[in-house]
Design a protein around this ligand. Structure first.
Ligand code: PLP
Length: 406
């Protein structure tokens, strides 16, 4: 049995008041809070082990290198990668996708090719492909989203033609909460020879993820959404592509030999990690994996799901509410909604006065907001440190807001 109040107590930030009210932090889909274990791991690194990695022969450098590489191995295991080398450190999901769109796109896309994405993508899984398409002459196509917030799988089948060279889609939508059938989508893409990239920003740390079971070529995720620090994330890159992709950015660390005319490059993730990496960030992300594993990702997923189902039930009591995405069944631990009484920005500004942190806006999914004719939404997103009591408190605040605006 997990002692959830004890778990919550590990997040010092949650113990504060905001605007004279107990903080209710319902913005974990934007960034999660950090437990003491992560804060302390980074503090320890800076107090005792701070040195550059891979270069020094002295004690601190070897300690820093060991911790940095141990974190890579933990992250690899956490997402089921075949080897630690298949994990490339990036600044986050956005940079991971840009890396693939930049290098893979430049090397393997040509005029006439199609890159297929979906209408429910975050801007970070749209714009890099627009740029890659513009550079290569490839065409960008979208799988539409149905009214219930799920992907139109019939249209997806029709769109997966021989011209599709890459299919990129999210694992869990940050605006709809939809959990996509990633295994099936990857299988379908594979059957026509297309490469797959999964945006796992909202999945890793929330649900068990195994990239080998999913069968994707690339899987992108961010440390800060899974209890780790900002400025660090990862790209799972199937070994086959590690070897085939040329470098992205040039600099120290990624080379074997440099002459004035040319250079040779390291193999493995080092080839894509030029310069001094975010060492403390990587160590913090590794500590986040340890922390999540100490609770158990299955336990976290079950807790998140129960809380989300409770929130979905309660939110639907509200007058004039419209919730985007599936109303029944499993969904990601978030609910984006509009209220007839108020514009999302006004609503979120008002709830902030009551210590309730919701997010208001388009959540970096403007095409999706257009698809649902929503000016934006308010979004409540949950994690295992939240409670039912907080959801009840949110309901009181939202009911007050409806009265205020009506
Ligand atoms: N993809 C999805 C589905 C997201 O929710 C986010 C962040 O909200 C991102 C990508 C971008 O993540 P980051 O800003 O950490 O690079």
């Amino acid at each position: 049995m997990i002692d959830w109040p004890q778990v919550r107590a590990q997040f010092p930030i949650l113990q504060q008041q905001v605007n004279g009210k107990p903080l209710i932090y319902f913005d974990s889909a934007a960034t999660s809070q950090k437990p003491l274990a992560v804060i302390e791991a980074m503090d320890h690194y800076y107090r005792w082990d701070n040195a550059n990695v891979h270069r020094g022969l002295h004690e601190l450098s070897s300690r820093a290198t060991d911790a940095f590489e141990a974190a890579r191995a933990k992250i690899a295991r956490f997402v089921g990668a075949g080897t630690a080398d298949e994990i490339i450190y990036t600044r986050g999901t956005t940079e991971a996708i840009n890396l693939v769109a930049g290098i893979w796109g430049a090397h393997f896309l040509k005029p006439g090719d199609v890159v297929l994405i979906t209408e429910m993508e975050h801007h970070s899984n749209i714009v890099p492909w627009q740029l890659a398409a513009q550079r290569s002459g490839a065409t960008l196509k979208f799988v539409p989203v149905l009214d219930d917030g799920t992907l139109d799988l019939v249209a997806a089948d029709e769109l997966l033609t021989a011209e599709v060279k890459l299919f990129a889609f999210n694992h869990i939508s940050n605006s709809l909460g939809t959990i996509n059938p990633v295994v099936d989508l990857c299988r379908k893409a594979r059957s026509i020879g297309a490469v797959t990239l999964v945006d796992g920003a909202q999945a890793v740390g929330h649900v068990p993820v195994n990239v080998q079971d999913i069968g994707c070529d690339f899987y992108a995720f961010s440390g800060h959404k899974m209890c780790g620090p900002t400025g660090i994330g990862a790209l799972y890159c199937r070994t086959q592509w590690l070897e085939k992709m040329p470098p992205w950015q040039g600099g120290g660390e990624m080379i074997l030999h440099v002459s004035m005319e040319r250079s040779t490059y390291k193999s493995g993730p080092a080839r894509f990690e030029p310069g001094t990496p975010p060492i403390a960030g990587a160590i913090g992300m590794g500590a986040a994996v340890d922390y999540l594993e100490s609770i158990g990702i299955e336990n976290i997923a079950a807790y998140d799901d129960e809380l989300t189902q409770y929130a979905m039930g309660r939110l639907q009591e509200l007058e004039g509410i419209r919730i985007l995405g599936p109303l029944t069944g499993k969904r990601g631990s978030l609910a984006a909604f509009t209220l007839a009484a108020a514009h999302p920005h006004d609503l979120v500004t008002l709830t902030n006065e009551q210590g309730l942190a919701l997010r208001g806006g388009h959540h970096c999914t403007q095409p999706l907001m257009r698809r649902f004719k929503a000016p934006g939404t308010a979004r409540a997103s949950f994690y295992f440190y939240n409670t039912r009591a907080e959801i009840d408190a949110m309901m009181d605040i939202l009911n007050d807001a409806i009265r205020f605006f009506s």
